[in-house]
Write a protein that binds this ligand. Sequence first.
Ligand code: G3D
Ligand code: MG
Length: 186
Amino acid sequence: MTFNTNQTFKIVLIGDGAVGKTSLRRTFMGKSFRENYILTIGADFSIKDLDFEGYPVKLQIWDLAGQQRFSDVRGAYYMGCYGAVVVFDITRPNTFSNIDYWINELIKFNDNKLVPMIIIGNKSDLRETSPPEIQVTKMAAEAYAMTLSQWGGFKISYMETSAKTGENVEKSFTNLINSIYSLMGV
Ligand code: G3D
Ligand code: MG
């Protein structure tokens, strides 16, 4: 594969409502954050220009605006995506169980194949203050990512982020771009 030095990557954010998808996008975009609402799909997107190991990369980051399940326009949301950021809230275990649903939906619209992805446990800033017994443990989430990696045949990482403090937000996106490139054989 030839290396395209001005690559645009469509990335989709998926996960339950209120897990922090829009906040992660906002934190990652920083000052350049803009909303581009696509009414027909019920989605927003933002574009971020990055320098990745010396090469310019354009990320088109899509974010579900509505949370309605089984939407008949969801196919258009996933179409042509290079990678996915799968988000749950570490303080709400049901959002962790539900990532199965989101990944299945993504696969369904992608010829039953996984795309490069990263699993994100967001709201890491709440580890200190929320009741430990309700939290999704790092070990459980890492085990999930490992099982998924084995199934997909490539590495899928788990990272904990805080859209509030910014912890690991940039790193997560960089990790995803790395996976995309390595799967392209670059
Ligand atoms: P969504 O786009 O996945 O639906 P949002 O989620 O980004 O709208 O975030 C939902 C709520 O979670 C928001 O709270 C937001 O501020 C909060 N949130 C998002 N990320 C974090 C995080 O990392 N840490 C903490 N503590 N809160 C976070 P409100 O109260 O504005 O609805
Ligand atoms: Mg949102």
